[in-house]
Write a protein that binds this ligand. Structure first.
Ligand SMILES: Nc1nc2c(ncn2[C@@H]2O[C@H](COP(=O)(O)OP(=O)(O)OP(=O)(O)O)[C@@H](O)[C@H]2O)c(=O)[nH]1
Ligand SMILES: [Mg+2]
Length: 480
């Protein structure tokens, strides 16, 4: 009797008509797939997830002693599949990819990639932290890859990190949990020359349940290839203070109770927590936030950091490299509330191509467009900004400006310190609790208005607006 193939089952569950069948699938597997019950659970006899996780301390080389006898004898996943909702886009591709990665791993036993997922709400400072971590690892001679993620194309984060010289892959169009196979293939692309020592991945800031849908599936399906680092979640103080304040906080945070639910769930599943923007907090604010986090998540270490200034980042690296087990906190989560919370947010990605006859200062342009859109949103008094960020790219110089709530100022996260003429690309990524079409209209009007006032010719404007759909993870580990 071979071990059951949880991974393979989940793949087929998503694509019952797939022609890339596994010849040795037994009848029971086939029946399970055909039933395709939303709550069908594929178990590996004698080995549950806790086994898998308590195996973790073996990492760091001990897997090297195992025979490389193919993925199926090694994969142990407890997965809940809902075949009626799962995408089929990548069906069939993943098992081959996993086998490929497993083979690579077996050829090079000592080169597991440390896979680091940095979670946290929109605008918490994840990209800034990832940039700082990447810089430090590279300075220490490590090979680093970065994976960004968004619900739509044209990511400010990808441009931001690439312009800092990092090797960046992008998963666009859905979150990591719903595009697990895309995440794997992006990791593969970043490993084409030589596998990186560290892969830093930033999930969408409105995503949660990442332990069940990304960390444990990666660990169990690709554990021969990746060592999963403990899952760190970054708290955004501007909204965190209000959301963690208590029951009555809903009206004050500006988000719906469902969006606040996501915020809390993100914190709940962390292996360690980080309070961001330490440079803007006094001692009393830090200890009050620490207290709240410790009561929300008993026993989970909390560290205060400033990704921008670098304070505390050494401590984050300590957690990343620690033997702490990754993904210890499997969430109990209500997907209806989660879906409603995500749908509370309007999402706009807009790209404008502009032409300047005279040199314009990129930092000022980025600052002014963020200020203009934020001012319009605040004036409508309808929605709360989760994160509004703009990249302005001219020649080889880039400026990135952001606003992370209705009552924080514009911040230049990446300064170009340059004036340029000629073609300028402006990308706006706006995540605001407002109707996405209204948000798109505001962004379009403000970009056109600003261009006109600066005598910039608008060559084109294209935009994509949406409310994130219901999350339908590719895999979901359901049992600790
Ligand atoms: N003052 C201060 N600002 C920071 C710090 N870290 C990040 N920021 C700023 O906060 C804003 C948001 O930071 P990002 O790193 O883009 O946040 P994010 O979590 O990646 O945001 P999303 O990708 O939208 O979820 C940017 O303007 C950063 O420059 C910090 O330690 N101190
Ligand atoms: Mg980011």
């Amino acid at each position: 009797m071979g071990q059951r193939r949880g991974f393979i089952d989940s793949e087929y569950a998503r694509s019952p008509n797939s022609t890339t069948r596994t010849p040795e699938l037994d009848n029971e597997d086939a029946r399970t797939r055909q039933r395709g019950r939303p709550d069908s659970t594929t178990r590996t006899p004698g080995l549950d997830n806790e086994d898998a996780r308590t195996r973790q301390p073996e990492r760091g080389g001990q897997h090297g002693n195992r025979p490389c006898n193919g993925l199926r004898s090694q994969v142990r996943v407890t997965i809940r599949s809902d075949p009626s909702t799962y995408p089929t886009r990548f069906a069939g591709a993943v098992s081959a990819r996993v086998r490929f990665l497993t083979r690579r791993r077996c050829m090079n036993e000592n080169s597991k990639t440390r896979f680091v997922l940095i979670g946290g709400f929109l605008g918490a400072g994840k990209t800034t932290l990832i940039g700082e971590l990447a810089r430090r690892y590279m300075a220490a001679g490590k090979r680093v890859g970065i994976i960004t993620n968004d619900q739509a194309d044209d990511l400010v984060d990808t441009l931001n990190l690439r312009s800092q010289g990092f090797d960046v892959g992008e998963v666009a169009g859905a979150c990591f949990c719903c595009s697990f196979d895309d995440l794997v293939s992006t990791a593969e692309t970043l490993s084409t020359q030589r596998p990186p020592d560290v892969l830093l991945a930033e999930p969408v800031g409105s995503c949660t349940d990442l332990v069940a849908t990304v960390i444990l599936p990666l660990q169990q399906l690709l554990g021969e290839r990746f060592e999963l680092a403990p899952f760190g979640v970054l708290l955004k103080p501007s909204h965190g203070r209000r959301i963690l304040d208590g029951e009555s906080s809903s009206a004050r945070s500006g988000f719906s109770a469902q969006a606040e639910y996501i915020f809390r769930k993100q914190l709940e599943e962390a292996d360690y927590l980080m309070i961001g923007r330490l440079d803007q907090l006094n001692d009393q604010e830090v200890s009050s936030l620490k207290e709240k986090l410790e009561s929300l998540n008993e026993g989970v270490p909390v560290i205060a950091i400033s990704p921008r200034r670098g304070d505390g980042v050494e401590g984050v690296m300590g957690y990343i490299e620690s033997p702490m087990i990754a993904g210890r906190r499997l969430l109990q989560i209500d997907y209806d509330t989660y879906a409603d919370g995500e749908a509370d947010l309007g999402w706009v990605n807009l790209t404008a191509m502009l032409r300047a006859d005279e040199p314009v200062e990129l930092d000022t342009l980025a600052h002014d467009i963020v200020a203009s859109v934020a001012e319009r949103i605040a004036a409508r008094n309808e929605g709360q900004i989760a994160h509004l960020k703009v990249s302005v790219l001219g020649g080889d110089a880039q400026a990135v400006a952001s606003v992370v709530s209705n009552d924080t100022g514009v911040d230049i996260g990446l300064a170009a310190n340059r004036s340029v003429s000629g073609r300028i690309q402006m990308i706006v990524n706006a995540r605001v609790s407002i109707d996405p079409q209204v948000l798109e209209e505001i962004c379009r009007q403000r970009v056109s208005g600003l261009a006109e006032s600066r005598r910039l010719e608008v060559e084109s404007i294209s935009a994509h607006s949406l409310r994130p759909g219901r999350p339908t993870p590719t895999h979901r580990v359901t049992q600790a």
